[in-house]
Design a protein around this ligand. Structure first.
Ligand code: NAP
Length: 359
């Protein structure tokens, strides 16, 4: 079994990472770390808020052997004590800590700190795993034995998966999208106030739209030597926060290069990703995309757990009346599973098997 540390274990994504790793066939959690606020406590104690109430967020029970683990200070964490590190900390801390860990140890990160570096791919299962080769340049350029492999922003997790079959078959000219993002996407430090969110929609998420308007082009770009040539289509995004716990919904309007119809787009999506699923990675779903014909779906509560939270649900595929070659649809992805912890685990599984070749 490979030894895993979760750094940022007390946060929403860190908790989801713990749940995703329970009973994993290749990986075992041996270390937990977080900020100095949590360091020195047992994990159970570190989860308590100022009233003594547990901030454990997942519906799965927290196993006693994990609850009893000591939480180490991320700033002094010894990366050589484990085989792989899952970094689920804030971007500002990640910027400083992840390179220290990567000196010796592979780091799979959900933070944005290194996503935009030219020698760093943003890996998404079934979309761009060939870009993992770029990690060799990163290791060589920086003199690291390990590497940093970041996950994408959670808002685009469903968008990039749904765009890839459209891009491959019809080409993409431009995308306009509006997101309806779940509250868990804001994390717990400090997290959102129920008073602000109940019976409400907040039409702005600080820093989100620039990420959403640029990351997909890198992910859907092509590897050219030691860098990625981004896809050329522009994206215009409006990102909103809605009173949903988990599951980011995106309404997408896509103008394609070649003519397409709702039927041909549906067919491309349904047939997409079979080769990647056939790899049989423990965290991969059977279908990367499921398309529903029910006009009332996808809905976060009903569809976010599809494929163990790793399948993107697409619905309402229809012709756009304004764009020439226009198609519009709604897609849903589980933000803390596909869009963060479990997606990071899937990346780790792929890299361990096909890049590091440890299995
Ligand atoms: P969160 O609930 O606020 O948790 C943040 C975690 O980072 C906690 O464990 C916290 O430890 C730790 N931390 C904060 N400052 C630190 C520091 N200076 N040094 C070491 N550890 C520190 O946030 P989250 O939602 O889990 O998100 C974690 C990361 O994943 C962020 O980079 C976020 O942007 C990214 N992400 C989140 C989602 C999502 O849906 N939530 C999706 C994709 C990516 P303490 O408890 O000790 O403070």
């Amino acid at each position: 079994m490979l030894k895993i540390a979760i750094v940022g274990a007390t946060g929403i994504v860190g908790q989801q990472a713990i749940v995703s790793l329970l009973n994993h066939p290749w990986f075992k959690i041996t270390k937990l770390a977080a900020s100095e606020r949590s360091a020195g406590k047992s994990y159970r104690e570190a989860l308590k808020d100022s009233n003594g109430s547990s901030r454990w967020w997942c519906t799965e029970e927290l196993p006693d052997e994990i609850a009893a683990l000591p939480v180490e200070d991320a700033a002094n964490f010894d990366p050589t004590s484990v085989d792989i590190i899952f970094s689920t900390i804030d971007a500002s801390a990640a910027k400083v800590l992840e390179p220290k860990y990567a000196l010796t140890t592979p780091v799979i990160s959900t933070a944005s700190a290194f996503r935009y570096e030219s020698d760093t791919p943003i890996l998404v299962g079934g979309i761009n795993m060939e870009q993992a080769q770029l990690l060799a340049s990163q290791q060589q350029n920086r003199g690291w034995k390990g590497f940093i492999a970041p996950k994408s922003n959670c808002t685009i997790a469903g968008l990039v998966v749904s765009l890839k079959p459209i891009l491959d078959k019809f080409g993409v000219k431009q995308v306009v999208m509006t997101s309806l993002q779940a509250m868990s996407g804001a994390g717990r430090t400090p997290g959102l106030s129920a008073m602000d969110m109940m019976e409400n929609v907040v039409p702005y998420i600080s820093g989100e739209e620039p990420k959403v308007e640029t990351e997909p082009q890198k992910i859907l770009g092509t590897l050219a030597g030691e860098s990625i040539q981004p896809a050329t289509f522009p994206i215009s995004a409006t990102c909103t926060r809605v009173p949903v716990l988990d599951g980011h919904l995106v309404c997408a309007f896509v103008q394609t290069e070649k003519p397409c119809s709702p039927e041909t787009v549906k067919e491309a999506m349904v047939n997409f990703g079979k080769d990647f699923s056939a790899l049989g990675l423990p965290s991969s779903p059977l279908h990367l995309i499921e398309v529903t014909d029910d006009p009332f779906r996808p809905q976060p509560r009903l569809d976010r757990e599809r494929g163990g939270g790793m399948t993107v649900t697409v619905g309402r595929i229809r012709k756009d009346p304004i764009y020439e070659n226009g198609i519009k649809y709604v897609c849903l992805a589980h933000n803390t599973k596909l869009g963060a912890a479990k997606g990071a685990l899937q990346t780790a599984e792929y890299l361990v098997k096909y890049y590091l070749k440890w299995l």
